[in-house]
Design a protein around this ligand. Structure first.
Ligand SMILES: [Fe+2]
Ligand SMILES: [Fe+2]
Length: 311
């Protein structure tokens, strides 16, 4: 790492990193401004509408929210090593927005738990549940975030093109690109009011929508960095494919964590079995092609943050 001071080059306004940075500034949003009142009302009405609505059913709703909340905390805490090693001014600019956005995502979930989950529990006379209780985090979850942390902190010990590629593979391609994007899609679909057996949670969906749009930009940045590492630093595309492939079973272990699902498939509401996994696989295949095929273009930033049609 260069430790003597030399003035940096001017920004490259046409670089992807700089354009992603500007896009983040222009699309700024405040997690404190999302209206959560209707979520509380809808949840209380939903619970009261059932003769027997117990803690188990309630935990099924909380499961995804708890996993995302802790996940956003983890990625907020584990991004800093990359900021330390990146030397390009435009990459640095982008990374400041990503750090800030991960913090906002963590903020949103913390607020949701305090203002919706606990409020509903207070009103129904249940004990307040803990968003960091062990019950929400299965082994693949702990393992995936553990490996991600190690891949990021390794940069501080040994900053090589290969280790950078691995860091982007863990963080941007797998945790954000596959796990988070898939999970957000599932949650938005489940609580968007489409299924009668599930409560409509407009505040949660609005938060997810904003977060997913930010994540589109984060994933695009990671993809672009990987493409540069292949083109300019000679990183072998097989390293990228191999790193992500090793992590995919962990992602599946998380999205298919059905400890909270009823045993009878007839009673399961929301997306059908395998639909989430199919969504994840399809997204992943597209991205790998865009990264490893020199001629394939990474979608432009407007496309990355657009959600309609989910393509
Ligand atoms: Fe995030
Ligand atoms: Fe992110």
């Amino acid at each position: 790492m260069e430790t003597t001071y030399t003035p940096t080059e001017m920004m490259d306004r046409d670089s992807r990193s700089n354009r992603y940075y500007r896009n983040a500034v222009e699309r700024h949003w405040d997690p404190g401004e999302i209206d959560l009142e209707r979520d509380v009302e809808n949840l209380v009405a939903h619970i009261e509408g059932y003769d027997e609505y117990g803690r188990e059913t309630w935990y099924r709703t909380l499961n995804g929210i708890a996993k995302f909340g802790a996940g956003e905390d983890a990625v907020t805490e584990d991004l800093a090593p990359l900021a330390v090693v990146l030397e390009d001014i435009d990459d640095q600019l982008f990374l400041t927005t990503q750090l800030y956005e991960e913090a906002k995502h963590a903020d949103f979930f913390d607020r949701y738990w305090r203002e919706v989950v606990w409020e509903v529990e207070d009103r129904t006379g249940w004990e307040r549940s803990n968003p960091r209780h062990d019950r929400w985090f299965n082994e693949p979850y702990v393992e995936l975030f553990d490996r991600n942390k190690k891949a990021q902190y390794r940069l501080l010990e040994e900053d090589t093109p290969e280790n950078r590629a691995k860091a982007y593979c863990h963080y941007h391609l797998t945790v954000e690109g596959i796990l988070a994007q898939t999970g957000y899609y599932g949650m938005q679909t489940s609580y968007g009011g489409e299924f009668e057996a599930l409560p409509h949670l407009p505040g949660l969906v609005e938060g997810f929508t904003k977060i997913r749009s930010d994540e589109g930009r984060h994933v695009g940045f990671g993809m672009n960095q990987l493409k540069k590492l292949i083109r300019e630093e000679g990183v072998d595309p097989a390293l990228i494919e191999g790193t992500v492939s090793e992590l995919i079973p962990l992602v599946q272990g998380i999205t298919e964590d059905d400890r909270f699902q009823p045993d009878d498939p007839e009673e399961r509401a929301g997306l059908g079995e395998g639909e989430l996994a199919a969504y994840a696989v399809e997204k992943h295949a597209d991205r790998m092609r865009q990264i490893t095929d020199a001629a394939a273009e990474i979608p432009d930033v407007d496309e990355l943050v657009r959600l309609e049609g989910d393509d």
